[in-house]
Design a protein around this ligand. Structure first.
Ligand SMILES: Nc1ncnc2c1ncn2[C@@H]1O[C@H](COP(=O)(O)OP(=O)(O)O)[C@@H](O)[C@H]1O
Ligand SMILES: [Mg+2]
Length: 276
């Protein structure tokens, strides 16, 4: 605490008052996700993310959008320390994760559920075992596993497929299974990198509804997507990246705003040699 603040506190106590408002605010919970001017340069010199800053509060539902190659997956990988920023900081629940000792990384990842476009299921394990495995690796007891796995599978609508193998499921069901596995431990943060990228539109709606339902249990949900229609329908917060930079951050936003739409259209016209 800075000297000035300490003095102020002492004065306030002296006056038998409660703490001044601004000191209380400082004690509020930090954002669950924070990037401070995070830059990622890949070996070879490619700048995938450039001074990206953003804050996501607990309980939010946020879309991350932007053209292919703009750095979305890179940003997601920074949050689970699969990559480290070249410059800047990545904070999870107020902690700069670059300062975490190696042995604490599993604890970080235990508190962050992740879902990917290609599901990443264990092909030779049953539906039940795919979810149980996520708990086994973090040392959960048998009774805990027996209690939690059926709950997670019920939540995603797969309670009647416990004994099936992943390749006996449809694409949408496989993604539901991946979500059950990511959520079985009720993490405070769930990251999804293009979770509907391989699914047809009707199936995608169900997956987004499921993520939304998970958000309403209190879990913060951060979703990378190319699904314009879904983003425009759901009207949640939208963060847009372009060329590694955060170019828009909008509450109740759309997939594109008018300005970027026209910029994009202009760029396409330029590339195709069509006169403006
Ligand atoms: N391991 C890597 N080494 C070098 N360049 C990479 C690597 N991973 C991604 N890139 C490049 O960084 C840019 C951003 O990639 P990525 O974050 O995957 O974009 P997005 O998910 O938005 O499509 C792309 O141009 C990609 O080719
Ligand atoms: Mg990607």
């Amino acid at each position: 605490m800075a000297t000035e603040e300490r003095k102020e506190l002492t004065r306030a106590r002296g006056r038998r008052q409660r703490r001044p408002e601004h000191l209380l605010e400082r004690r509020a919970k930090p954002p669950i996700v924070e990037l401070r001017r995070a830059t990622k340069i890949y070996p070879g010199g490619y700048v995938a993310l450039e001074r990206a800053s953003l804050r996501i509060d607990r309980g939010e539902f946020v879309f991350l959008v932007g053209p292919t190659g703009c750095g979305k997956s890179t940003l997601i990988k920074l949050l689970i320390r699969e990559l480290e920023p070249t410059e800047g900081e990545v904070l999870i629940a107020g902690r700069d994760i670059a300062t975490l000792p190696e042995r604490q990384i599993p604890y970080l990842r235990r508190r962050i559920g992740t879902v990917f476009q290609d599901f990443k299921l264990l092909p030779s394990r049953t539906v039940y075992d795919n979810v149980a495995y996520a708990l086994q690796v973090i040392g959960a007891s048998r009774s805990e596993i027996r209690a939690k796995v059926p709950d997670a599978l019920r939540l995603v609508g797969l309670a009647d497929k416990l004994r099936n193998l992943p390749d006996e499921l449809s694409g949408g069901e496989q993604q539901r299974l991946a979500i059950a596995r990511a959520f079985v431990n009720h993490p405070p943060l769930l990251l999804a990198d293009e979770p509907t990228g391989n699914l047809d539109p009707a199936t995608s709606v169900g997956i987004m509804q499921l993520l939304y339902r998970i958000n309403r249990t209190g879990t913060t949900v951060f979703v990378v997507t190319h699904d314009r229609e879904m983003v425009d329908k759901m009207r949640r917060r939208v963060i847009a990246l372009d060329d590694g930079r955060v170019v828009r951050d909008q509450a109740a936003g759309y997939y594109t705003d008018d300005e970027s739409t026209s910029e994009f259209a202009a760029r396409v016209r330029d590339e195709m040699g069509i006169e403006r």
